[in-house]
Design a protein around this ligand. Structure first.
Ligand SMILES: [Zn+2]
Length: 260
């Protein structure tokens, strides 16, 4: 009935969900009780974003297609697709180490804001004695088609669609994601990365540079993807901090954030 109250209980619910996996849910956050005039409300109030940060969706052939894919907070998943022809206009190669060296590859690209943030993050890691390698960033729609077809040939359609995004549903098409590895993980994208010093450093620090681990452990039912400790998505520092501190996924974040 009361809108504010409804949003309040939803976020409390999600917060509790996040607690189960969170190693980061401290920050003195108490359970939201009846205490009306207390500080925690402030944090709730700050969860507002302009309408342009939300997806604009149009149904096309029964599928939800994003109409404003250039939005830096764009939410892409198996149910909400990027337009087939979409390619960001501000792609560039960040100045970081790549697992494939200097070779000129599409997957080296990221959108400008994400590329700058990645450079800052890799520099900060290096200062902490952590050597990161970028493995795979931007992926065009056409390349995603080729990747999926190759996987289908190897393991069959059903299994392939579990592991490789159907074209239009890959976050890599946004130019805002980067798969990251390390020499200690043989520059591979494997779950053991979470145990390596580099994987741990990222899990603890990426939000400070505006990145989130997009497919966390235990949230497979929400993201639709297996745990990927190597896949980081740029969302900007403010959003990354909220998502990290509360243990949200991007999907959960958009359930609690309000339009202004
Ligand atoms: Zn990825």
């Amino acid at each position: 009935m009361n809108k504010k109250l409804a949003a309040f209980s939803l976020s409390s619910l999600l917060f509790l969900g996040g607690c189960q996996f969170g190693d980061d849910n401290k920050s003195g956050q108490k359970q939201h009780g009846q205490t009306e005039n207390k500080k925690p409300k402030k944090a709730e109030d700050s969860l507002t974003l302009p309408a342009s940060s939300f997806n604009t969706i149009k149904k096309e052939d029964g599928r939800e297609v994003i109409q404003n894919p250039e939005n830096l907070l764009v939410l892409v998943n198996k149910n909400v697709l990027l337009p087939a022809g979409y390619a960001p206009k501000d792609l560039r190669r960040p100045n970081v180490n790549f697992s494939f060296g200097d070779s000129n590859e599409e997957k080296a690209l990221m959108r400008d804001a994400a590329a700058t943030a990645l450079e800052n993050m890799f520099q900060a890691a290096e200062a902490d004695g952590i050597e990161l390698y970028a493995v795979s960033g931007y992926r065009s729609y056409d390349r995603q088609v080729a990747l999926l077809n190759a996987e289908i040939e190897q393991v069959g359609k059903q299994q392939a669609e579990q592991a490789v995004a159907v074209p239009g549903t890959s976050e890599h098409q946004t130019g805002l994601s980067m798969d990251i590895s390390s020499k200690s993980a043989n520059l591979l994208l494997e779950q053991t990365f979470k145990e390596k010093p580099e994987g741990k450093w990222l899990a603890d620090h990426a939000h400070l540079y505006g990145f989130i681990m997009r497919y966390p452990k235990g949230k497979e039912g929400i993201t639709g993807y297996e745990y990927e400790p190597w896949h980081y998505r740029y969302v900007g520092k403010k959003t990354a901090k909220i998502i990290h501190d509360k243990g949200y996924t991007l999907e959960e974040f958009f359930k609690v954030v309000k339009k202004i």
